[in-house]
Design a protein around this ligand. Structure first.
Ligand code: ADP
Ligand code: MG
Length: 315
């Protein structure tokens, strides 16, 4: 019996989110926001937190500074039941932060990566991976210390019998330099959003992008914002419209919440359609509260809310 269902390897930072802002900021001027929250940020942490809130045993491998943001992140993760014993802290590093200016469904963000850029292969030991059934990695471009090792991470995980998932996330440098042909054979579930997939594959349409990465026959789940998602494997290709939320609070963490719902069902060997439907649901739920984790407390509350708000009929 493994100690954990999922190990998340990834970046940790806080989000300071301001919303209800009167105009776009301009250098030399000042604008006022109506609301502000400090919440757990970072794709990997939001995924870990939301998956743990559903009752999955999740552990996290990452790096933090020895500062108030680091303390805050640990308390957020622990509150949702994420095991934080493999997170390293250093007095020499500052915990990263994102300042997000939220304008409806979109946002402008500035990130100071801090400690997240300093996660290195030596921080991830094979014995740690062997304690879980599944490994998830996200935010490839934000983690230069681990980037050259990601393929090896997935390859090692597969050789230990784990399943794997990968969300590349946005490339702030917009170079989109990943060798997907090398990486994807070791990835069971590939979870980009549509824009990221087009840029990563240098494609002008979704069918073209999908055709360039389907060779290995694993699952590709493409997130399409308020439209929904497109998921395929070698046998089937499915589009499913979103559980549309017309009064979005913010879309921060919608993709990570989709990932959490999708992987929740994937771990139970649910059909592709079932994983996709649950991913769409958890993505939609995420848009009903500020930040990426506030809408997720426990599985029962999630199901009650999903029935009441979105007419969800599953379990
Ligand atoms: N306005 C919305 N209403 C309902 N569901 C949404 C909305 N926006 C996003 N979602 C759901 O969340 C998923 C992930 O959101 P998306 O914005 O595509 O991801 P990312 O954050 O990675 O860009 C979508 O596939 C969709 O199912
Ligand atoms: Mg995303």
């Amino acid at each position: 019996m493994k100690r954990f269902d999922v190990i998340v390897v990834g970046e940790l930072n806080v989000d300071l989110i301001m919303s209800g802002i009167s105009a776009f900021p301009e250098v030399g001027k000042e604008v006022l926001g109506n609301r502000m929250v400090l919440v757990l940020g970072s794709s990997s942490a939001i995924f870990a937190s939301n998956l743990a809130s559903m009752g999955v045993k999740v552990a996290f491998i990452g790096k933090l500074g020895m500062d108030v943001f680091g303390d805050f992140i640990l308390s957020c993760l622990e509150e949702k039941g994420v095991d934080t014993s493999m997170i390293k802290r250093s007095t020499l590093l500052q915990t990263g932060a994102t300042v997000a200016l939220s304008y409806g469904e979109d946002r402008a963000m500035v990130t100071y990566p801090g400690a997240m850029a300093q996660l290195v292969p030596a921080d991830i030991r094979v014995e740690m991976l062997a304690e879980a059934r599944h490994v998830h990695f996200s935010s490839y471009f934000l983690q230069p210390g681990i980037r050259p090792y990601v393929r090896e991470l997935f390859r090692t995980a597969k050789s230990l019998g784990l399943t794997t998932s990968f969300d590349p996330q946005w490339d702030p440098e917009e170079k989109w330099d990943i060798d997907l042909q090398q990486m994807l054979p070791h990835v069971d579930v590939f979870l980009p959003n549509e824009k990221e997939l087009l840029l990563l594959t240098r494609s002008s349409s979704l069918p073209q992008a999908i055709a360039s990465v389907t060779g290995s026959g694993h699952i590709i789940a493409v997130k399409q914002g308020g439209k929904g998602s497109y998921c395929c494997n070698r046998q089937e290709a499915l589009f499913k419209p979103a559980y549309y939320n017309k009064s979005v609070v913010d879309a921060i963490g919608a993709g990570d919440s989709f990932n959490a719902g999708f992987i929740y069902k994937f771990l139970q060997n649910t059909s592709l359609a079932g994983c996709q439907e649950f991913g769409n649901l958890t993505g939609a739920v995420s848009t009903t509260a500020a930040g990426g984790t506030a809408a997720f407390t426990n599985f029962k509350n999630l199901m009650d809310y999903a029935r009441q708000k979105f007419g969800y009929e599953g379990g």
